[in-house]
Write a protein that binds this ligand. Structure first.
Ligand SMILES: NC(=O)c1ccc[n+]([C@@H]2O[C@H](COP(=O)([O-])OP(=O)(O)OC[C@H]3O[C@@H](n4cnc5c(N)ncnc54)[C@H](O)[C@@H]3O)[C@@H](O)[C@H]2O)c1
Ligand SMILES: CC(C)[C@H](C(=O)O)[C@@H](O)C(=O)O
Ligand SMILES: [Mg+2]
Length: 358
């Protein structure tokens, strides 16, 4: 089969990690008889430099018309001073919104070989850690009105961001989370801040209504502050965490460290018709950009999610995940997952080992 993939390498380490991931896809194509056609487009800081804006209509159209989208990361200090409506990150939000990518699956799984990199004590983590953060991606304070006004208390200029969640948006992400839980360990924990926020009260009421559609799934609610603590205290209590855009952003970065590094965590963002964008959960890592030392595994595992969810290529997805596992089992590490004093591979060496394993 032939597949068209729009590729947004983006900024910072984006080009370094995406280049490795594309070569992994090519290797999968070689082994299983598929051809992946890539169309590279600009978004983020590199698009500001080339076009004066972070996201062009042309990029949106190419991403809409492709079978799938692979994204590295956008942003960096170079563009910190641009006005907020033109920031590189707006490209990411613009693409998520233009493609209707309301569900963001962020699996956080501890690879057995990396148990030493896990900061939680072995007697607490037990057999391992395998959760799925199901993050709503096109609502919340991210897509409310962002504005400035004069303080009504006479405290001067005030920033304001509107937070919204509708019943429809919560039902849509909630059902996805329950469906994912049915394929996993049948547990959903819905995370909100219903003791303070009206958006969270709508969220919780809606979740309580739809949970009865899934009687086999054990359901619980948790406040986000408690969840942040419980993830460190006893992470294995969770299976699927369903939560809003902002809380999901923060909790997934936290969960990544339980697996050893943010460089390990992939993600899939999907719309109603199954169209997806695949990206690591981390950012452009300006502190290590250009050094060739970034961990490409999160992006490579994002490609496995693309093969599985966008193309239905299950054996191919498993092959990529098994190759990553085998390379880790053999003791190969990039700097972020290496023990102090242990030899660390470069981005391209890690990519090459995973391809060789394939
Ligand atoms: N999806 C995205 O495009 C995305 C996601 C998050 C942040 N960002 C943007 O990236 C820029 C930098 O953000 P930040 O520094 O807060 O977060 P970051 O995720 O880029 O980096 C945080 C830390 O994690 C390390 N890290 C991240 N990815 C790594 C990898 N693959 N291998 C090894 N180490 C890795 C970095 O070196 C850094 O020390 C900002 O402009 C931010 O808005 C973009
Ligand atoms: C860069 C930023 C807009 C983005 C988000 O907050 O969604 C990032 O942190 C992520 O996790 O994908
Ligand atoms: Mg984030």
């Amino acid at each position: 089969m032939e597949y068209n993939i729009a590729v947004v390498k983006g900024d910072g380490i984006g080009p370094e990690i995406v280049t490795e991931a594309m070569q992994v896809l090519d290797k999968v194509g070689e082994r299983f008889g598929h051809t992946f056609h890539y169309q590279e487009v600009l978004a983020g800081g590199c698009s500001i430099d080339a076009n004066g804006i972070p996201l062009t209509e042309e990029t949106i159209e190419i991403c809409k018309n492709a079978d799938s989208v692979l994204l590295g990361a956008v942003g960096g200090p170079k563009w910190d001073e641009v006005p907020s409506e033109k920031r590189p990150e707006k490209a990411l939000l613009g693409l998520r919104s233009a493609l209707g990518l309301f569900v963001n699956l962020r699996p956080a799984q501890m690879h057995k070989a990396l148990s030493d990199a896990c900061p939680i004590k072995p007697e607490i983590i037990g057999d391992g850690f395998d959760i799925l953060v199901c993050r709503e991606l096109t609502g919340d304070v991210y897509f409310g009105r962002h504005y400035r006004r004069e303080s009504d208390k006479g405290w001067g200029e005030t920033g304001a961001d509107d937070m919204n969640y509708s019943v429809y948006e919560v039902e849509r992400i909630g059902r996805r989370a329950f469906e994912m839980a049915m394929k996993r360990n049948k547990k959903v924990c819905s995370v909100d801040k219903a003791n303070v926020l009206e958006t969270s009260r709508v969220w919780r009421e809606t979740m309580h209504r739809i949970k009865d559609e899934y009687p086999e799934v054990a359901y619980s609610d948790m406040y986000v502050d408690n969840c942040a603590m419980q993830l460190v205290r006893n992470p294995s209590q969770f299976d699927v965490i369903v939560t809003g855009n902002l809380f999901g952003d923060i909790l997934s970065d936290e969960a990544s460290m339980i697996t050893g590094s943010i460089g390990m965590l992939p993600s899939a963002s999907m719309n109603e018709s199954g169209k997806g964008m695949y990206e690591p959960i981390h950012g452009s890592a300006p502190d290590i950009a250009g050094k060739g030392i970034a961990n490409p595994i999160a992006t490579i595992l994002s490609c496995a999610m693309m093969l599985r969810y966008s193309f239905g290529l299950m054996a191919e997805a498993d092959a990529v995940e098994n190759a990553v596992e085998a390379v880790l089992d053999a003791g190969h590490r990039t700097a972020d997952i290496a023990a102090p004093g242990e030899k660390a591979l470069s981005t391209s060496e890690m990519g090459a080992l995973i391809r060789a394993q394939l």
